[in-house]
Design a protein around this ligand. Structure first.
Ligand SMILES: [Zn+2]
Length: 301
């Protein structure tokens, strides 16, 4: 019995030494790796399950070695969780990090299961988070993160019900929005008169979408906002949070006032703004997004 105890003690002592040395090894390795390998590969970086601020690896991809190593993945996640309060991302259950310099998609959200709008995956293209000079881009990364969070807040199970039958309010694509949901009220105020016209346009035809934007550009904060009411509310909310001055466009100011009508959104805006300790140039961000949109118009996709 005593002998067994001794053996057990020895076993745990050895185990703890190996864990400690393992940790130390990782720490020693991290920094030199980070500096040495600046290769940016394309494809999946990693997919994680999300619980609050904690990530658990589901799958690592080919782009996880080199520039987009664990240190940089953590850098992005720390940035994101420091910016967005956890109560605003409760339905975000998975995170996908990928890298693709040729994909116009900076980020996306999608239900993990089409039948359950309480569980969402959010994807971020790290080639938009770091620029060509390998510098972290806080301004546009913040804008993109707020845009995606706005999707979750306006499309989750508290706002939208899965199913198509008998929907008399705005249908988001994922489901039928509640009458008093953010997006249905936004639609009624800002889209009811022009939505039929948009629906006659092929959503892949960026030339036609740009013509639609041009026709109604006084109404929108960006070209991308004109592609559908869901993108409009997300783009408008990102602008609402980050803009310092009123817009020169009256209807845009009315969209900003729309969010002011919901105390919880006023509160969220204040908390996100309180987390920003870097410079943001909204015109600069709009310019980048505009360039990207126009590239899709030019390429005809
Ligand atoms: Zn979007």
């Amino acid at each position: 019995m005593k002998f067994t105890k001794h053996l057990l003690f020895l076993f745990f002592a050895l185990l703890s030494v190996s864990i400690v040395s393992c940790d130390r090894e990782d720490e020693d390795d991290e920094y030199p790796n980070d500096q040495a390998d600046q290769t940016k590969s394309s494809g999946l970086v990693a997919r994680y399950s999300v619980s609050g601020n904690t990530l658990s690896l589901i799958e690592s991809g080919p782009a996880a070695s080199g520039f987009y190593n664990q240190t940089r993945q953590n850098e992005f996640w720390n940035f994101f969780t420091n910016l967005i309060p956890s109560d605003a991302r409760q339905v975000m259950k998975e995170l996908e990090l990928f890298a693709d310099p040729d994909d116009g998609t900076a980020a996306y959200v999608s239900p993990i299961n089409d039948n359950d709008l309480s569980l969402w995956i959010m994807g971020h293209n790290l080639d938009f988070i770091w620029d060509d000079n390998n510098q972290f881009v806080p301004g546009e990364s913040a804008y993109t993160s707020i845009h995606e969070i706005a999707h979750l807040l306006t499309l989750d199970n508290n706002q939208v019900n899965v199913g198509n039958s008998g929907c008399s309010s705005f249908h988001t694509g994922e489901g039928c929005s509640n009458t008093d949901s953010y997006i249905n009220q936004f639609y009624n105020q800002f889209w009811a008169d022009i939505y039929g016209e948009l629906q006659s346009i092929d959503q892949q035809d960026f030339g036609a979408l740009f013509a639609f934007y041009n026709k109604y550009q006084d109404r929108f904060v960006t070209e991308y906002a004109a592609t559908n009411p869901g993108e409009d509310i997300a783009e408008s909310f990102a602008t609402y949070v980050l803009a310092d001055a009123p817009s020169e466009k009256d209807i845009v100011n009315r969209k900003m006032s729309f969010f002011d009508g919901f105390p919880e959104l006023v509160n969220l805006k204040a908390r996100i703004k309180g987390n920003i300790n870097f410079t943001i140039s909204l015109p600069g961000i709009r310019g980048e997004r505009s360039k990207r949109f126009m590239a899709r118009v030019g390429s005809g996709i």
